[in-house]
Design a protein around this ligand. Structure first.
Ligand code: F6P
Length: 359
């Protein structure tokens, strides 16, 4: 009998539980046993596994987070390990292989974003059967039309914009919403258009502050004495830098972003006398129940991953192309991020709607 193990890695995301449920249910149909690995690659190295039977996934479809736990630290290839009272960084990938072997697991399903899938690819190169499922609210994985979790995050950000609109309008203020989006501005772009923002600033387009100021001043001139600005956390001014909140060692990516909204807010108030308020949406975008779109996409991904197990096609990631779920080589999935191209139809439409993109 086949046995597969599943882990969730990196930041959590609405729909993780829906994927886990889908994997377990469809594996059950084929008589495949499933083990869950706790806390991503941490559990894989430490041998922290749990059985995943039908009863374990009952009722989790609408639940946010992941019943398996996750982490964006703990890379098995550079793993903090205490040796004789001292912490050393060691390659512990052999422990992952060993732990799976001991439990008769022949395939690993890794549900993750760029960082977790890169590790999955390295494990595949060591001879492990690996299948990836694309997760991230940032929607920045190149080989798929969409990652699960993105649509829910956009909905959360759009609702926030609707709420900020009413306060901005009542108080005649500039309201800034800082959303997630490390390298890619998909959340800012989609939520900005859906939420009727006046300015959208994304990492792909370094912004000029005077364009932002002009846009808000122009609105005031035509009688709209409030403005809504959406800024992705990874946005930066032309010729300037991203705003780093702090560095966190041991993470896949040590840079913790945060503060670009406050920077722009301070500049608008101090240099241009515009009363401005800043909201950082933060992890509200990652938590909570997935919307129906993400539940469906997560379910499709889980089923497709198990189908790949049955057909013994490994080293792949399941991906959405149009309405179809296809298999793409894992290396293709992680070699480059999917950034918002300047030719993106929604970006062009945003400009045609009169939304200032900062350049
Ligand atoms: O990758 C998803 C993401 O949401 C990024 O947009 C953001 O920078 C990061 O996670 C934040 O991660 P953490 O929870 O470690 O602060």
């Amino acid at each position: 009998m086949r046995k597969i193990a599943v882990l969730t890695g990196g930041g959590d995301c609405p729909g993780l539980n829906a994927v886990i449920r889908s994997v377990v249910k469809s594996a059950h149909n084929y008589g495949i046993k499933v083990l869950g690995i706790k806390d991503g690659y941490h559990g894989a190295v430490e041998g922290d596994f749990m059985p995943l039977a039908l009863k374990d996934v009952s009722g989790i479809l609408p639940r946010g987070g992941t019943i398996l736990g996750t982490t964006n630290r703990d890379n098995p290839f550079a793993y903090e390990t205490e040796v004789n009272g001292k912490v050393q960084i060691l390659d512990r990938s052999g422990d992952v292989i060993q732990n799976l072997k001991e439990r008769d697991v022949d395939t690993l399903i890794a549900i993750g974003g760029d960082g977790s899938l890169n590790i999955a690819l390295k494990l595949e190169n060591l001879g492990l059967n690996v299948i990836g499922i694309p997760k991230t609210i940032d929607n920045d994985l190149r080989a798929t039309d969409q990652t699960f979790g993105f649509q829910t995050a956009v909905e959360t950000a759009t609702e926030a914009l609707d709420r900020l609109h009413t306060t901005g309008e009542s108080h005649h203020r500039v309201m800034i919403l800082e959303v997630m989006g490390r390298y890619a501005g998909w959340i800012a772009l989609y939520a900005g258009v859906a939420g009727g923002a006046d300015v959208i600033l994304i990492p792909e387009i370094p912004y000029k502050l005077d364009r932002v100021v002009q846009a808000t001043q122009h609105r005031a001139k035509v009688g709209k004495i409030f403005s809504i600005i959406v800024v992705a956390e990874g946005a930066k001014p032309l010729g300037g830098d991203i705003v780093i909140e702090r560095l966190v060692s041991g993470r896949f990516d040590p840079i913790k972003l945060g503060g670009i909204g406050a920077k722009i807010g301070n500049e608008l108030e101090e240099q241009f006398g515009m009363e401005t308020r800043v909201t950082v949406l933060g992890h509200l975008q990652r938590g909570g129940s997935p919307n129906s779109y993400d539940r469906v996409l997560s379910s499709l991904y889980g089923v497709a991953a198990v189908n790949a197990v049955i057909e013994e096609e490994f080293g792949i990631m399941v991906a959405l192309r149009g309405r179809n779920i296809v298999r793409v080589p894992l290396y293709e999935a992680v070699d480059k991020l999917k950034l918002v191209p300047l030719t993106d139809p929604l970006l062009i439409a945003a400009r045609n709607l009169g939304i200032e993109m900062g350049n």
